[in-house]
Every structure is written in C-alpha cells, then in structure tokens.
Design a binder for this molecule. Structure first.
Ligand code: CP
Length: 302
C-alpha cells in the first residue's frame, strides 16, 4: 500500500526542501489558518518526546485539524501483544496522517509500507529525524540568510544522534563543510563519512571541544549524549559530561555564528550561554511548528 510518506530526509529533493522552507516562512507569518478543517492527524509516540509531539500537535491545531494518539506506549494494546503492523493498519482507518516516533531503526519505513495514509517519521532510533532536519534547515537559513557554503560544527553524540545524521544528508545539496567533534566512543559512524566522501563533502574530525575548533564555524550544532541508546550504562557514565559549552568559549567565534541544539539538553550547554545572542536553540524549537505545518500540508496535498 504505497503512499506519500516522509521517512528519511532523502525522500525530499533539493527543490522539495526549498519549497517546504518557503511554505514554512509563510506559516510563520500566518500560523492560524483553517487548512486542515475536517482532517485528523494521529501522533503515535512509542518513545518520550516534548518538542516533536507538541509542535506537531500545535501545528495541526493552528491549522484547524484534530489530533488523536498517545504519548506513552504503555497505554496501548501493544502491551497486550498487538503488533506494530496491526496498530498502524488500525490507526490508518481513523486518521488522514500518522506521525510516529519509535525506538527501532526502520520502524517508520515499515509503518509507511503497511499504512494506507502517509506516515511521518518523528524519529526512529539512531537513524533519522527528517522533520527536525526541516526545522534545522529553516533555522540555518533564517539566521545565516542562506544554506550554501556554510561551515557546520557538530558536537557530542554523533554516533547515536539521529538529528545530525539527517542533517548531513540534507546539507549535501548546499556545499557544506563539516567539523565533527566527538569522543572516540561517539564518533560519526563510517556510513555518514562515506556518504560525505562519495558526495565530495569536506569534513574534519576532532576529539576536543576547544575555542580553536569552533572559531570559524557558522553553525555550532550541539547534541546530547543519548543515554537511551547505550546498552552499557557504565559507558554512558564515562562519556555523558565529556563536553560542556560555556559562554566564555564563544568570545572568538564569528559574530554571525549561531548555536543550535535539537534539545533536550542536559549538561552540554551551560545555562550561562542562554543569554548569549548566539544561542538560538529555543527559537529553533519554535520554528518546528512552522516547518511541521509545511510538511503536513505537503503530505496531505493541501
Ligand atoms: N528535538 C526533539 O526531537 O525533541 P523531543 O525528543 O522533545 O521531541
């Protein structure tokens, strides 16, 4: 049962990305419209979320649609043994669009194959988070005035961080230079470095979050160490506080540089950075509503 879903950011061409960003800008100017009148969107969150679920639900509410769903899988018939396939088939009887987060990599692709309505991947394990990427691109374009020829420094858990994986694949359209800053245990996986090499994307790797290593970047993309992906909690304890970005480290960065973070943050950005004009992560999360409004309308052909 093929349908138009958003499972990976690679489902979008460069033209489609730019078109969605334009739509998002229109929604930012006018977020309250009745475009989804009569439509029902299901948000199925098999993993915790604050921003993604609530910004999707806000996006639908502001467009006049209705939301059904769950934020806690323990309240569903999955606890009685119902399969993901049956759950998706049932929900696609009720809703016009399904937004799903699931800890299993590939779960969103599978759901899109068994659903009769479009499925949006709201994060599948350490794999992909394409709507986060759309709001990241929107935030980058808004703060830098362009997407082309930027240096993006990605810091932290580059192994399990699905947002950095999606962002690399989207930025390849725009001639980026990447700097990957991670401890050995959390380095960018080979498949993404191979992707960069195959597409002639320049990248460097560092293991230290130092002033010198962030001095020339346009975007400093911080990430949380993803505790929930570790099989060995001793390993997590060893790396969880490996980097903390502090205000004084930003003195010699470019005046136009902006700090992004998909959030939630734990200790990787000190609270004293929040007042720095280079901190953009809370505005970035706000942009999620507009980017998701644009994605929803596109998937529903509205
Ligand atoms: N950025 C993001 O996915 O946040 P949540 O886990 O709160 O949805």
């Amino acid at each position: 049962m093929a349908n138009k879903s958003l499972v990976s950011i690679t489902d979008y061409s460069k033209e489609k990305i730019l078109q969605i960003l334009e739509k998002a800008a229109e929604f930012e100017k006018n977020p309250n419209q009745k475009i989804l009148d009569g439509k029902v969107v299901a948000t199925l969150f098999f993993e915790p979320s604050t921003r993604t679920r609530l910004s999707f639900e806000t996006a639908v509410n502001r467009l006049g649609g209705r939301v059904i769903g769950f934020a806690d899988k323990s309240t569903t018939s999955g606890t009685k043994g119902e399969t993901l396939k049956d759950t998706i088939k049932m929900v696609s009887n009720y809703a016009d669009l399904i937004v799903m987060r699931n800890p299993i990599e590939g779960a969103a692709r599978y759901a899109s194959e068994v659903s009769s309505v479009p499925v949006v991947n709201a994060g599948d394990g350490a794999n992909q988070h394409p709507t986060q990427t759309m709001l990241d691109l929107y935030s980058i374009k808004k703060t830098q005035g362009k997407l082309e020829n930027l240096k993006i420094c990605m810091v932290g858990d580059l192994k399990y961080g699905r947002t950095v994986h999606s962002l690399i694949m989207a930025m390849y359209h725009f001639n980026p230079t990447f700097s990957f800053i991670a401890p050995d245990e959390l380095k960018m996986p080979d498949e993404y470095k191979i992707f960069c090499k195959e597409h002639n994307i320049k990248f460097e790797e560092h293991s230290e979050l130092s002033e010198a290593n962030i001095a020339d970047c346009d975007i400093l993309y911080m990430t949380r160490v993803q505790k929930e992906r570790f099989t060995d909690l001793f390993e997590y304890e060893r790396v969880k506080d490996i980097y903390t970005l502090r205000n004084k480290m930003l003195d010699n960065t470019k005046p136009t540089m902006r700090i992004l973070h998909p959030l939630p943050r734990v200790n990787e950005i000190d609270q004293d950075v929040d007042c720095n004009e280079k901190a953009y992560y809370f505005e970035q999360a706000r942009n999620g509503v507009f980017a998701r409004q644009a994605v929803i309308c596109d998937l529903l052909g509205l």
